[in-house]
Structure formats: structure tokens, C-alpha cells
Design a protein around this ligand. Sequence first.
Ligand SMILES: Nc1nc2c(c(=O)[nH]1)N[C@H]1C(S)=C(S)[C@@H](COP(=O)(O)O)O[C@H]1N2
Ligand SMILES: [Mo]
Length: 249
Amino acid sequence: MKYGRRTFLGLVATLPLAGCASLATSLNDHPGFHRFLLLPETLDLAILGAGQPLAREYRPQDISPDFRANGFDPPSDPEYRRWSRNGWRGYRLVVDGLVRLPRSYDLAMLRHAFIRRTQITRHDCVEGWSVIGEWSGVRLADVLNDCGVRPEARYVVFHCMDTDGGGTYYYESLSLKQAAHPQALLAYDLNGKPVPIKNGAPLRLKVPTQLGYKSAKYVKRIEVVAALGGPLGRGGYWEDQGYEWYAGI
Ligand SMILES: Nc1nc2c(c(=O)[nH]1)N[C@H]1C(S)=C(S)[C@@H](COP(=O)(O)O)O[C@H]1N2
Ligand SMILES: [Mo]
């Protein structure tokens, strides 16, 4: 991401005196370095995402005055409450499963080590209401590329921190191609401010090409898998209640 092949080779060329070990250590701290090393064995989601139809984007004056909230109550576990009180210190997004390099990210890494993307899009709930909001965050594809998606991967599962009240956690999934869509964001800001708790703080998926229930709030783990089913059910909390897994609009 930050260091493309050219930059990397440039760095090597301009630092003839630097020990290999120290150069490797400093580069190792940056997302994207691993991708450079692992690329031949991984899928490039930028290629998979290119050319897909885009959802409409709107003007700032189209933004709804209130971005309403829907779904389960915010997570009630003590850890979540503690994080929210401490500016999300302690929270980490885990990415694991069929990736070359499982990683976890704190919010500062997501905000500063990746390109920030902003889009004003419409959220359509299956219940029949819509709101327009400005979302900023990191492309899901950029984060997945940073971990290196293995060729056998087919789906991306989002594990959330909230429950239905009966102890079942919300979760969702996308195909790898849907996950590679250039507008599929892991959003940390809504309308220029950190995503409010009611809308999925500290990090939520925002997929404007799919119905609202696909856009998982309160994401804590992204698991890359070869198949749904088994313990992963039909690929989502609402899918397990009979909703369609494919929710394109
Ligand atoms: N974790 C989690 N994500 C969720 C839900 C939920 O209950 N829990 N509800 C979904 C539904 S049905 C909709 S319409 C949107 C609502 O997002 P909002 O609260 O920001 O309006 O979140 C989706 N993602
Ligand atoms: Mo919804």
C-alpha cells in the first residue's frame, strides 16, 4: 500500500549502508510490505473489484439530517463499554482465516496506514426506508490485500459484537467479489465524525450496492473462508431467519 515495488526497490538502492535486518524491521511495521512479499501466492482484490457497477453517489446537500439507526441494541459486554469510554483504546479488528498473514489493526492503523475513502451513498433497509450519509473509512479490499487472501478463499465473514438479546451474535458475509467492490468500506466516520455507537462504532461495513442488513455494524473480526455452512450457517444472522443471502440493489 504505502510501499509499492518501485518504492521498495528505491529504498534499497538509496540505503546501501543500512543493515538488511534494520531495513526489514522498519518496513515490516508498514501494512503493504507483506503484500509485496506474498503477492505471487495471493489474490489481488483490486483486480477482482475493477469494473463492477457502482452505486450512485450523492452531493453533500443530499445528506439526511438524521442517519437513523436500526437493528440490535449496541453491544452490552463490559469490554465494548470500556473501549467506548476510552476512545476505543484496546479495540482491534482481527483479520484471519484463509489469509497468508493474519493480522489485527487498531483504529489508528486503519485511519493512518491506509488510504482514506469517502463516499456519500444511500442506505436502503429492507423494511422500506432509506437515508443518505457520508461514510469515510478504508476499502475492505485494501485491508484484505494487506493480509494476502489465499487463492482458495471464496467468502468473507464479518463477526459482530452485538447480539439479538438471546445470546446469538450478528454476523454477515460477502462473496470475495462483493468484498472486492471499490465502494465496500470499513467505515470509521459518518458525516465527518466518528461513527456513533448507534450506527456501529467503532467500525462497520458499508456496502451501498446491497440492502442494509449486509452492512454489518460493530465488526470485530473478519474471517476469510472457502465455504459457508456448518457453524457459519447461511451466511448471516438474517439469512438464518430466511432472508436472501444475495441482497443486491
Ligand atoms: N451488527 C449489526 N449490524 C447490522 C444490524 C444489526 O442489528 N447488528 N442491522 C442491519 C440492518 S437491518 C440495517 S438496516 C443496518 C442499519 O444501520 P444503521 O443503524 O446505521 O442505520 O445495519 C445492519 N447491520
Ligand atoms: Mo435493515
